[in-house]
Design a protein around this ligand. Structure first.
Ligand code: FPP
Length: 245
């Protein structure tokens, strides 16, 4: 067992291979302190660093973070600009750490809607880390679950039209293979911060059997200890997938 994991008291054989996180509450964290919402996102970016490091240390294979949704394009321009600046800074600053820690960066979503500069930074870090196999950090950027399913259906439709497959061959596995997350297992655990019981158009297909953990903690206040506690709680759960025990 790796020593970082041994120190946590977690059971290695019961770790999720894929954790997905809805990082919510940056705005409220800032409002509570009479600060601009952007300060909340800055503090939230520090939490991202801590969560990435912790998941890597304990041996999580896939970590998907909901960093920017298709709906987030409706936010005030200044907030979008600040989020994109934070993202660029994160990509540039963390590239070295990702290389040192064998982390591969991946992005899911309508990334062609991001600015040329952000796409460049993203492509640069993704290329640099492409051969890493320790953990995949999967950033959901300009991501929407319904849009992802629509894109998959269009791709399948095109394959039917050109005679490559027929409609009878559409199965859940085939749909899975046409999603952005085709290469990944479904998340066993979905975490949402800030106490809201919503899915917010995140990984709609993939979370069919995910265990959901909602914590009232605002994202910038999330700690390593709480994250380990959430994983311990997950390890106590009985996953039945609709069957009986
Ligand atoms: C939700 O909080 C959070 C977001 C919309 C963006 C998440 C972004 C970060 C955590 C920081 C940057 C990301 C990276 C990868 C460096 P909210 O603004 O909806 O909070 P509220 O519900 O309290 O208003």
């Amino acid at each position: 067992m790796n020593s970082n994991l041994a120190n946590t008291g977690l059971e290695p054989e019961k770790l999720p291979s894929h954790i997905a996180v809805i990082m919510d509450g940056n705005g409220r964290w800032a409002q509570k302190r009479f600060l601009n919402r952007i300060k909340g996102h800055e503090k939230g970016a520090d939490t991202v660093r801590m969560v990435v490091r912790t998941c890597r240390e304990i041996g999580i294979q896939f970590l998907t973070l909901y960093a920017f949704s298709t709906e987030n394009w409706e936010r005030p321009k200044a907030e979008i600009t600040a989020l994109m600046t934070l993202l660029k800074r994160f990509l540039a600053d963390e590239k070295q750490e990702m290389l040192e820690n064998n982390i591969r960066l991946n992005a899911i979503g309508q990334t062609d809607r991001l600015s040329a500069e952000v796409q460049q930074a993203l492509g640069d870090t993704m290329n640099a880390t492409a051969s890493n196999n320790g953990m995949c950090l999967n950033l959901a950027l300009s991501y929407g679950g319904r849009a992802e399913i629509v894109e998959a259906v269009k791709k399948i439709g095109a394959r039917i039209k050109n005679g490559e497959i027929d409609a009878e061959s559409i199965t859940p596995e085939l749909i899975t293979q046409h999603l952005y997350t085709a290469e990944m297992p479904d998340p066993e655990l979905l975490i949402r911060t800030s106490g809201e019981f919503r899915i917010s158009n995140f990984l709609l297909w993939q979370i069919a059997y995910s265990e959901i953990h909602v914590t009232p903690t605002l994202w910038p206040d999330m700690t390593r200890e709480e994250l380990i506690g959430i994983l311990k709680d997950y390890q106590q759960r009985e996953r039945r997938f609709g069957r009986v025990t």
